[in-house]
Design a protein around this ligand. Structure first.
Ligand code: OAK
Length: 836
């Protein structure tokens, strides 16, 4: 029920719109206030950890003002909201981001300086919120950032994992996983909402409503409570503040006092332990699905709490349930939140007592679905018996969705039994499996891929039949984008200042089309020199980071050649390190005089392997083994250095990406759905060495083919090559064979431990086509080297690239989603439009 304007409202208005205090005296007071009142410290006993916490809490106070206003305003306006449902949000740090958004960086720097701290050191105290694995999770974070900055009423929904992405240590060259206890110290960037708690049922049995065929009563005594934690998403250049609502399993109600009183202490807390585990850990799998029962329960807890919350908010508007799609759009970030579809159906049927047809209409008009991979090992499937046991009502609903869908298809394509078998949501395997991608597709009004080539591929492969049945228009493309706030303005201040000089102000941060103006300066000598110097400074900064994290000294004047991403066979880090081995071999063959003329190069790797992914872990070991030998080789010196930076994270990326000269995005064509770090590298003036895959293609189209180094076979050739290699031995060229020989001759320690990697190429059918692409890969490396030697040509490429990259702002992606999928409009928060 909406309150009428009152004195209280006016008080809130005055508070929310009072200008944020910017003078350092007020800022200092608020920092000291938190230091003393929140953390019971005094300025004399303040260390940098507490300086961070006190400053962060003080910034948060300023953010809250806007956050409250935003939510209140959207409620009152009854604005249509978009809900981005994602099991992953790879947020990284928030402090610096918030300072920039509020335009308070200088002031806090000064204040902290006065009490003896450097802002950079204080920023470094913050731990990453690493609630994601890689591309999909970081995309979700960029998208909520763009919604906030573009004034779209949008919320992220996710899970508050107690342990985020594991921390990676390297011991004896091997990856070791250490738990990420990121909540051990106070987290200024979350707000517990004990009043926003929903019960979530599991197991139990169903009782049919005798008066309503569509309705069941689900009786269960396993009920967990999901409690909300809200995370602010500061909008830059706007007062809008977005929200990510993360659910945590609340366990208090599960304490069994009777058991405790009878002395059964383990039994008394057993229920709590079982429940808490649900939101304890992020599954560390990127582009794979492991089908664990705990993961299914995690997904359901998330979906149920989210759907209950969305409906509760909608109900406050007083509008009938049939109008839900007018006020809510829900985006499924891959299939992980797909249980939201049967959960919404359950609520509409069993609680709202809607008819099946009406409920289905509301559901499909509300949901839209994004696919992020076509790797078969990533396709989510749940065994029917497991689903039936844990979520009996949902299994029933899924059967019925499938039945009606198949009946409609049978009507249009009578007698095509094979078609029905192919498209059925239930796979007729033993046991039967629910195909979540099909459920998401049938339950949504739009389905999209994440780059043009990927959206085409899914239409020709997994959704081919669905395109024929449901029409071309349902299947669209939304090429990914990245936030210019974090991935330019925040991580690359020197380049950003240069752009600001050219544009005239910093408005390009929210309107990236303005970077086009850089083209006008491409011939300006002074500008070109400053551009080069900014890159050099970033390389210097990375060299220091490398020294502290690995102990390896690298020369910042060398070419920085970077591949940082999750370690996965399809991403082909193996091909990269094999080319490094070959390079090492070539350098060793040269006379010292010839070698001295070679281009100096630092090859930088970083990335985590899923804990159960043995091959990927062996690749990490090989990289480290090669690094150890090459870096210790005095003959080679600075001509070649190899570095594996441990514990890749959002924060590490913010150091690494601005410092790259060349970055590698070398997946087998057709396997990388989009990639987003490729965009970040180019937006920071780096050049790509890549395959004709994912968003590399569109980047090439935008910036011009002179600015990018392509190599390798094309997506449409892959099947033929794979077919050939299934029946024929691959033929490694001399370079690749040389690399294999060096490993086998124990150049990098015991070669036997790497034999399985070699075998994956020579005996395992070379699924990722290393032997096919290796010759053109080496050629492309040579072309890069020639280009880098011509510094003037290189600077031109770098400037022109950035100037032409505006398409890859996540603001553009979000605008397209808003217009073509969600049907929502920006709502600018202003006091006059509050109507009071
Ligand atoms: C992770 C888990 C399951 C399915 C897909 C992923 C994933 O991270 N996919 C990645 O999504 C990114 C964002 O769309 C893309 O840029 C990557 O190419 C894709 O691998």
């Amino acid at each position: 029920q909406t309150k009428t304007p009152s004195k209280v409202d006016n008080m809130f208005q005055n508070y929310s719109h009072s200008e944020i205090a910017r003078d350092t005296a007020t800022i200092k007071n608020s920092v000291i206030m938190h230091l003393t009142a929140t953390f019971l410290r005094t300025p004399t006993s303040m260390d940098s950890g507490h300086a961070y916490l006190a400053s962060a809490f003080s910034v948060r106070d300023r953010l809250l003002q806007r956050w409250n206003l935003t939510n209140e305003f959207h409620d009152r306006m009854k604005a249509k909201r978009v809900y981005y449902m994602s099991l992953e949000f790879l947020i990284g740090r928030t402090f610096d981001n918030a300072l920039l958004a509020l335009d308070l960086r200088k002031e806090y720097g000064q204040t902290l300086g006065e009490v003896g701290f450097r802002l950079e050191d204080i920023i470094d105290e913050e731990r990453d919120a690493a609630l994601g694995n890689g591309g999909l999770g970081r995309l979700a974070a960029c998208y909520v950032d763009s919604m906030a900055c573009s004034d779209y009423p949008g919320w992220g929904y996710g899970l508050r994992y107690k342990y985020g992405m594991f921390q990676q240590q390297i011991l004896n060259g091997y990856q070791v996983e250490v738990p990420d206890c990121w909540l051990d110290s106070p987290n200024p960037w979350e707000f517990p909402r004990p009043d926003v708690t929903y019960p979530v049922k599991f197991y139990g049995h169903l009782v049919r409503d005798p008066n309503n065929d569509d309705r069941y009563i689900w009786e269960s005594n396993v009920v967990y409570d999901a409690m909300a934690f809200d995370v602010p998403v500061p909008g830059y250049g706007t007062t809008n503040v977005g929200n990510i609502r993360l659910w945590s399993c609340k366990t208090n109600s599960l304490f069994d006092l009777n058991k405790f009183n009878s002395g059964d202490y383990g039994g008394a807390t057993g229920g709590q332990v079982a429940a808490q585990i649900l939101t304890d850990v992020l599954y560390p799998n990127d582009n794979t699905n492991d089908g664990k029962e705990l993961r299914l329960r995690q997904e359901y807890l998330f979906c149920s709490a989210t759907m209950q919350d969305i409906i509760a908010r909608f109900k406050k508007t007083g509008r009938p349930m049939s109008e839900l799609p007018e006020l809510a759009a829900i985006q499924l970030n891959d299939t992980h939140p797909t249980l939201g579809v049967p959960e919404l159906m359950r609520i509409l049927l069993d609680e709202e007592e809607m008819s099946w047809d009406d409920a289905w209409e509301v559901t499909t008009r509300t949901f839209a679905f994004t696919n992020h991979t076509i790797l078969p090992e990533a396709m989510e499937k749940w065994p029917v018996p497991m689903l039936d046991k844990i979520l009996p009502r949902h299994m029933g609903i899924i059967y019925k969705i499938n039945l009606y869908f198949l009946q409609a298809v049978e009507k249009r394509f009578p007698g095509d039994r094979d078609l029905l078998r192919r498209i059925s949501i239930i796979e007729e395997s033993n046991p039967q499996q629910v195909r979540m991608a099909f459920l998401a597709c049938v339950g949504s009004h739009k389905v999209n891929g994440v780059a043009a080539i990927h959206s085409d591929i899914i239409k020709q492969t997994i959704f081919k039949d669905f395109v024929r049945i449901q029409g071309e228009d349902k299947f669209i493309n939304k090429t990914n984008g990245v936030s210019p706030r974090r991935w330019m303005n925040e991580c690359n201040p020197d380049m950003s200042d240069l752009i600001t000089d050219v544009v005239g102000d910093r408005s390009w941060v929210n309107d990236l089309a303005k970077v086009k103006k850089l083209e006008e300066r491409v011939a300006d000598e002074d500008f070109r020199r400053r551009w080069w110097d900014a890159k050099q400074k970033n390389k210097q900064r990375l060299a220091e980071y490398i020294l502290t994290t690995t102990g390896i000294q690298v020369n910042p004047n060398a070419l920085f050649d970077v591949q940082v991403k999750r370690i996965h066979e399809y991403k082909r880090q193996l091909m990269n390190i094999l080319s490094v081995i070959y390079r090492y071999h070539c350098l060793k063959q040269m006379t010292p005089e010839v070698r001295a003329k070679e281009l100096h190069r630092v090859v930088i790797f970083a990335g985590k392997a899923a804990s159960g992914y043995w091959v990927a872990k062996q690749v990490i070991k090989l990289i480290n083994a090669v690094a150890e030998v090459v870096n210790a080789d005095e003959e080679i010196g600075d001509v070649l250095k190899v570095v594996f930076i441990p514990d890749y994270s959002v924060t590490a990326a913010e150091y690494i990406i601005p410092a790259s000269d060349i970055s590698q995005h070398i997946s087998t064509a057709g396997t990388e759905a989009s990639g987003t770090s490729n965009m970040k590298f180019v937006l920071n003036g780096g050049i790509i060495l890549g395959t004709v895959d994912g968003a590399n293609i569109e980047i090439g189209e935008e910036i011009g083919e002179e600015q990018i180094f392509f190599f390798g076979c094309l997506a449409h050739e892959v099947e033929d090559f794979r077919h050939y290699l299934r029946f024929n031995q691959p033929k490694p060229d001399d370079a690749l064979q040389t690399a294999f020989d060096m490993i086998q001759r124990n150049t990098f320690g015991d070669g036997a431990i790497f034999q399985p990697l070699i075998d994956s190429v020579v005996r395992g059918g070379d699924v990722y086509l290393l032997s096919v692409d290796f010759p053109s890969y080496i050629q492309a490396h040579n072309a890069v080297e020639d280009a880098y030697r011509n510094r003037e040509e290189w600077i031109t490429k770098s400037i022109l690239s950035v100037a032409r990259m505006s398409k890859f702002s996540s603001d553009r992606s979000i605008q397209e989603y808003a217009e073509e999928v969600w049907n929502i409009e920006p709502v600018r928060v202003t006091s006059c439009s509050m109507g009071i």
